[in-house]
Design a protein around this ligand. Sequence first.
Ligand code: AMP
Length: 521
Amino acid sequence: MSYFSDLGLAEPILRALETKGYTDPTPIQRQSIPALLEGRDLLGIAQTGTGKTAAFALPSLHRLAADPQPRKPASCRMLVLSPTRELAAQIADNMKGYAKNLRLTVDCVFGGIPIGKQARRLVPGVDILVATPGRLLDLIDNRALTIGRTEIFVLDEADQMMDLGFIHALKRVANLLPAKRQSLFFSATMPKSIEDLGKQFIKNPVRVEVAPQSTTAERVEQFVSFLNQPEKQALLSLTIRRLLAEKQLDRGIVFTRTKHGADRVARNLSAAGIDARAIHGNKSQAQRTAALEAFRQGSCPVLVATDIAARGIDVSGVSHVFNFELPNVPEQYVHRIGRTARAGADGVAISFCAPDEKPYLRDIERLTKVKPDVMPLPENFLADAARLPAPVRRAAEDTDMRRDQPRGRAGGGRRDGGRSDGGRQDGGRRDGRRDGGPRQDAPRADNRGEPRRDDTRRSDAPRSDTPRSADRTGQDRRRSDAPRSDAARHDAGGEAAAKRRFRPRGPATTGQHRNKVRRVV
Ligand code: AMP
């Protein structure tokens, strides 16, 4: 069976698919749809971008349409739970598209906007409701909704739900749902804790797995640059600038670990002349929607996002994912790089790894069974960084600039035809053309130094919002702002000036400082 028309879906649904230009089901759709049409429960292990929304939407719409029923006040026939607002809105939009030739209504509720309007919309009842868990329970507590008549229940992105601490909310939802229902449970990863959660929702499910568990999206080419935390902003700015100038970057998402970090990185990218917007939970819904729309339309090529906010970004044409900081939960890396390479496209993921993040990198490599290729710093990194505007440049000052990696060209290159040395880059051209410029081979082993003893902080240790080295930078910056800005005015550009600005700092200083911080912590 290779066409949607072979799967037994109702004609109005096939027509809607035709409008979208979808003819062939994706593997998860092929595997799920027949079992779901029979009313079976489903446990789906699928990464983002596999087409899982349609996998659960199409057969559900078919079954609801085949058994038409009058709407009941303040209730729904199908409930889809999603961890984030963006993802909920995305799912609802998709469902509306697939249901456009049916007489089924779709609504979406999530936090961040007044509850009253949502409650009023629910008065007559709705066929399909997409919700985030918190707002769903608020509506139930306000007696604006009952879910006791739900016929089909979908829990999407279960692992993310757990990460976000929705476990108790989900247990409450499980108790409020009717025993007789069809349940679908999706997760990108399936550790034991998620499987246990799944058992509370699904009975005797068909298990569908479209990619081996936690396998990194195959089409994503992965690179890592080793550098110090304060140098990251300069490298990011230079890399994105070059990729944009060479027309390789269509859309890029930069991941930061914290909301403040996202704001700072977006601000600094803008200062460097790159149109970038931040998207995270502290932004209003209107700001998030506007940023996503600008990104979708291409007027803003770079989005800086925290993991949670990025969950709902379903934008095709994301060519690059940048991990400004490595996630301390390795599964998060899989989610992040899944933002690119959606629906068959290919993509590039570039991670910036500071010395204290090397243990995270090892965890990621263990999980994904992929070692990203090492991307050396650009040849003229120092001089180019020195020419960046003050806020970006300053972030890199007072850095230990001792380099343990060769310099070469950084930024989004594709793998060189499967070369095993992984070092020579082709400059990341999306058209595959090589520019033949001088390149420096950077054998991977050279750059994979073991973390220093003071860098072996584990992922379960509490992390402060600001990496320690950045804290130090902040303190030092306050001490020595004035003379440096003078120097910047007089010496703008030259490498000598850059070297003066990026004053070498011995490892002992860094180590001593970190040890001091650790004792305080
Ligand atoms: P999802 O994994 O549900 O987030 O879907 C990823 C992207 O693939 C979305 O943009 C979908 O609209 C698109 N998509 C889903 N199913 C198909 C299909 N059968 N053919 C082409 N694109 C699809």
